[in-house]
Design a binder for this molecule. Structure first.
Ligand code: PLP
Length: 384
């Protein structure tokens, strides 16, 4: 009755955990949510104000399918100021409905049935679904034990069918990011294989030991595609806005998809996004708070027997190895939710090699994180 394409899509497990947590809440339980990948901060006031202003002025209609010129120029300026890379706002930037949609349009523009796309294992759970949706094949690449990219394994996984290498730097779920040397080495390998490098950099501004993470744009590789957006750094998940930076030739294809499938991104959200790009103090304050929580949660988790923590340097996730407690991360996450009333995501949701881990998001108040750590510590003592 339904298409083979849609039937092979796996549900987004985080959403399922959230649904179960909400069921418990309806029964009167106080659940602490550490499963969701979105900032708990409100969208900064200046951004909200700008959206109101745009709406009142009548900017409530379809826009240029590439996104409004002023926003593309602001993105281009932002990239120049943060990376020192020049991108042409007329031809090399396209704004769309979040990195999610950007990635689908990019994959739809590149993939033929049977093509292969290399992704790391673990990685963002939607990637394999997106790739399969276009009748292509996700191929897993290993990470080292410190979650850095295993380039040798990546080389071995390349084949005649490799169309693209999809990286996420900084990474959800591990919180690590690729160094400039690693990005350059990756591009060299990709160049030999004539593969595209698609770099999802949605967490690029949420880096705690540097201003931002290195970008694929700095590697100056002709088949590179950079994706970024407003969801994470500016606490704008609900505004649904992201962008692609790529060659004019590729964006000409993406543009056709946007025109047909989406028409244009939200008009007032785009005006508000210009204001987001000029925020400094607000972003700094949110980052500082995330960092405080990061340091706290690392310290607490290190004290829980059976939790082996590799320090995340970016995003807002910790991905401890809990295999000493259980090698069934789904069962453990379920137990933690049922017993401690803390929602976390099982590592298996991020790939086979994510098994034996859980992902904990620290996009929650320090107070809630502290209570969640107390509850988890107590609950896992009696596991099994
Ligand atoms: N890419 C990664 C790695 C993510 O973790 C997420 C959201 O959690 C997204 C993309 C979705 O981004 P957007 O809200 O821009 O669609």
């Amino acid at each position: 009755m339904f298409s083979r394409r849609v039937l092979q899509i796996e549900p987004f497990q985080v959403m399922e955990i959230l649904a179960k947590a909400q069921r418990l809440e309806r029964q009167g339980e106080r659940v602490i949510h550490l499963e969701i990948g979105e900032p708990d901060f409100p969208t900064p006031e200046k951004v909200v104000e700008e959206a109101y202003r745009a709406m009142r002025r009548g900017d409530t209609h379809y826009t240029d399918a590439r996104g409004i010129r002023e926003l593309r120029e602001a993105i281009s300026k932002h990239i120049y100021e943060t990376l020192g890379v020049e991108v042409n706002p007329s031809r090399e930037v396209l704004v769309t409905g979040g990195v999610s949609l950007a990635l689908q349009f990019v994959l739809a523009s590149l993939l033929e049935p049977g093509d292969e796309v290399l992704i790391t294992d673990p990685s963002y759970p939607c990637y394999p679904n997106f790739i399969r949706f276009f009748d292509a094949k996700p191929v897993s690449v290993n990470l080292h034990s410190d979650y850095s990219l295993d380039l040798e394994d990546l080389k071995e996984k390349l084949s005649r069918r490799t169309k693209a290498i999809l990286i996420n730097t900084p990474s959800n779920p591990t919180g690590t990011y690729l160094t400039m040397e690693e990005l350059r080495a990756l591009c060299e390998v990709a160049s030999e294989a004539k593969a595209w490098v698609i770099s999802d950099e949605i967490y690029s501004g949420l880096v705690y030991d540097a201003e931002r993470s290195p970008s694929i744009l700095e590697a100056n590789y002709e088949r590179s595609i950079m994706l970024d957006g407003f969801s994470k750094l500016y606490a704008m998940t609900g505004w649904r806005l992201g962008y692609v930076v790529a060659s004019e030739e590729l964006l000409a294809q993406v543009l056709k998809l946007q025109q047909n499938f989406y028409i244009s991104p939200s008009s007032f959200a785009q005006h508000a996004a210009i204001a987001a790009l000029s925020l400094h103090d607000e972003v700094k304050a949110m980052k500082a708070e995330f960092d405080r929580r990061r340091q706290y949660i690392i310290k607490r988790l290190k004290d829980i027997p059976g939790f082996e923590v590799h320090e995340p340097k970016a995003a807002y996730y910790v991905f401890p190895d809990v295999s000493e407690i259980s090698t069934d991360s789904s069962a453990l996450a379920e137990y933690i939710l049922d017993t401690a009333k803390v929602a976390v995501t099982p590592g298996i949701a991020f790939g086979r090699r994510g098994e034996g881990h859980i992902r904990i998001s620290y996009a929650a108040s320090l107070e809630n994180i502290a209570e969640a750590m107390d509850r988890i510590e107590k609950a896992v003592e009696n596991y099994g």
